[in-house]
Ligand binder design. Structure first.
Ligand code: SF4
Ligand code: MSK
Length: 672
């Protein structure tokens, strides 16, 4: 008789090794008990390709893929590796790298274009759902787009009609994606020296789309074969993202939905409520979620939910849609990128509404195991599984779409099984910081700039600023890198500005409260946070809102006393758990804006040491900023601190910090 071979049980993730978050550990275990796989399990069974991860596999034509592994023991002498066409490891790694920039810049910028189109509809008054909400912000951005806010009439200067300004801003903004000549207008918002540097280096983006298209052309088989020239194009596209597409997305969202100011809220899966209809909104574009927030608060819909036996409607967010709803409305955050499947595994998610970016296709498989309605809403982001409902969102019937979705969730409330398990864990947070609110909290009473911030950096209480951002990555323990890097920075008096999933991780850890300063910060930073009443980690929004960080850095330069360019500042960037192409685009525009930036987990050029050296060393001579990589979170933070100290020294303010430290020691000696 033939021997019956038993199918091997798939390897499962160890929940404690997979995440530092107890709520997530519980739900990973629950999924495993129910026989449902999550990304944490898939990361155990599927190993990454060792060559691809180093950036040295080319599949840009059908003669490949050509794989160029590094010889054991490294390269001695000339690097003779080449693909069929002769492409070197440097060319291949540079092509792959800038294709990632193109993907990331396209994602941010297309999001921005979508917002600009809705903005145009609002300016034309074609829709009831969207209005110009923040006229101050409109007046603030108009001149940067060359739109006049006053008019000369009868020899007098008069305020121009706001509707007229909105319409002109909409037209000029939309043209930024494809205008035939000129350069991206917002580039001039950078410090003058930086703008002149870009001009001299020939990297000013001409328009947003063109630079992305040109990357695809140059990286096609047989076009650009010089890694320096390739990365130069990557720089143009990335700058067109940071100072163009992303910055326009942020600004126009602020004008339509309001500029964020600090709000109190909560974070983690414990925000879901067993006795409420839970609607989880996930993705990046706030255009639809704004409508859902408005509709879910309507008394008739709350009553409708009650008629079905629920006590109300609980909204929660995942990824950057979460950050958008949080910073403007205080809507609690359910989790980071890696927690999206887990929100459904609670059994209490009545509807998950997704728009664009960072949405895992496996959500559909997980939703099949529960009652959850999974609703896609964007014409460019559908799923093939048949349990997914597509409700295509359009600004002209936005309210109706949002109402349909909320009613669908309410109608689904009674379809829940008995298998509800919502973890208890949630933390308080204060979010909603930005250029304007940082100025309010850390500006001077009379000077209205970043005076207090600069003063505290100069006197050494604040050692410097760390911009820590970016995703989760299933190849590393969920949130561990984020939290260790941030804690190490604030312990060393580095004020942290955060966006994206790092912001959510920090919120879950309780680092976004003013009270956390006394527990986790060095004495200087703790003193500043206590005096002005801010958390040591400032939540500055979503991924596109990294543009806020560029403008905040520009304001610091303008406030004076810390040099005349962004690269002079004691400032460093970090993405400890990055995974998306957007992170590479963000990293590259941040680097080419003059900021030293460290990435964790892996770096996609390690197989091409010459090209990597160019990114890690040579770029500094050109832009003042450069890339770096460090997987160990503590070493990662200390690389940032070393850079901050290097900049303090160059500014001649290193002695001030030594004095502050001596003051503390003196004080401690006195207390003893
Ligand atoms: Fe290979 Fe060159 Fe084709 Fe790339 S472009 S797959 S290196 S032959
Ligand atoms: S959501 S891009 S996982 S930060 Fe912006 Fe998080 Fe990264 Fe998506």
């Amino acid at each position: 008789m033939a021997e019956v071979t038993k199918a091997k049980a798939p390897k499962l993730a160890d929940p404690v090794a997979a995440t530092i978050d107890v709520a997530s550990q519980q739900l990973i275990k629950r999924a495993q008990d129910l026989g449902i796989d999550t990304i944490f399990d898939r990361a155990v069974t599927m190993k990454p390709c060792a060559i691809g991860v180093q950036g040295i596999c080319c599949k840009n034509c059908s003669m490949g893929p050509c794989r160029l592994p590094l010889p054991k023991g490294g390269i001695e002498g000339e690097d003779t590796r080449k693909g069929l066409c002769g492409a070197t490891a440097n060319t291949i790694a540079a092509r792959n790298f800038i294709r990632m920039v193109a993907g990331g810049a396209a994602a941010h910028s297309d999001h921005g274009r979508c917002v600009a189109e809705v903005f145009m509809s609002a300016a034309r008054k074609e829709t009831e759902a969207y209005k110009i909400k923040d006229t101050n912000k409109l007046l603030q951005i108009a001149p940067h787009l060359g739109v006049a806010i006053t008019v000369e009439e009868d020899g007098e200067t008069k305020d121009r009609d706001i509707d007229e300004i909105a319409l002109e801003v909409a037209k000029v903004a939309l043209a930024e994606w494809g205008k035939p000549e000129g350069e991206v207008l917002y580039m001039k918002r950078a410090p003058e020296v930086l703008y002149e540097k870009w001009k001299k280096l020939g990297v000013l983006p001409r328009n947003i789309d063109r630079e992305i298209v040109e990357i695809m052309h140059r990286t096609h088989m047989g076009v650009d074969q010089d890694y320096k020239n390739l990365i130069k194009q990557g720089t143009r596209a990335a700058l067109g993202d940071g100072w163009g597409g992303s910055m326009l997305a942020t600004d126009l969202q602020d004008v339509l939905f309001g500029t964020p100011y600090p709000v109190q809220s909560e974070a983690n899966l414990g925000i879901m409520k067993e006795d409420h209809v839970n609607i989880i909104i996930h993705g990046h574009e706030p255009v639809l979620s704004e409508m859902i927030v408005a509709v879910a608060q309507r008394p008739e819909l709350v009553e409708y939910a009650k008629s079905k036996g629920a006590k109300g409607i609980q909204l929660g967010g995942i990824c950057c849609t979460a950050n958008e709803m949080l910073q403007r409305h205080g809507v609690p955050v359910a989790g980071t990128f890696l927690q999206q499947e887990l929100a459904i595994i609670t059994g209490a998610c009545d509807a998950m509404v997704v728009d664009i970016q960072c949405i895992m296709q496996n959500l559909a498989n997980v939703a099949k195991c529960f009652h959850t309605k999974l609703i896609t809403t964007h014409p460019i982001a559908k799923m093939e599984q048949d349990n997914v409902i597509h409700i295509e969102f359009d600004e002209h019937h936005a309210i109706e779409d949002a109402e349909k979705i909320v009613r669908m969730a309410i109608d689904n409330f009674n379809n829940r099984g008995s298998e509800v398990m919502i973890p208890q864990q949630k933390a308080s947070q204060v979010a909603g910081f930005g250029v304007e609110s940082i100025q309010y909290h850390l500006g001077g009473t009379f000077r209205g700039t970043y005076y207090t911030l600069n003063d505290n950096i100069i006197n050494g209480r604040i050692r410097g600023v760390g911009a820590v951002v970016g995703c989760n990555n299933a190849r590393t323990r969920h949130n561990e890198g984020h939290i260790q890097v941030v804690k190490e920075l604030i312990k060393n008096d580095v004020l942290v500005l955060t966006t994206g999933c790092n912001a959510i991780a920090c919120a879950m850890e309780g680092l976004l409260t003013p009270e956390s300063a006394a527990v986790f910060c060095g004495p200087g930073l703790a003193e500043v946070c206590e005096t002005v009443g801010i958390p040591p980690v400032l939540h500055c929004g979503s991924c596109v809102d990294n543009s806020r960080l560029l403008l905040a850095a520009t304001e610091v330069v303008k406030a004076g006393g810390l040099g005349n360019d962004i690269c002079d500042l004691p400032l460093a960037g970090s993405a400890p758990e990055w995974m998306s192409e957007k992170a590479i685009s963000i990293g590259h525009y941040v680097v080419c804006s003059g900021i030293y930036t460290v990435f964790g987990v892996t770096f996609p050029t390690t197989g091409a040491p010459v090209f990597q050296d160019y990114l890690f060393k040579d770029l500094e001579k050109m832009y003042g900023g450069m890339w770096d990589f460090e997987a160990d979170p503590i070493k990662h933070a200390h690389k940032m601190i070393a850079h901050i100290d290097k900049k303090r020294k160059a500014l001649g303010i290193d002695k001030a910090r030594e004095r502050v430290l001596m003051d503390m020691a003196d004080r401690q000696a006195l207390e003893a």
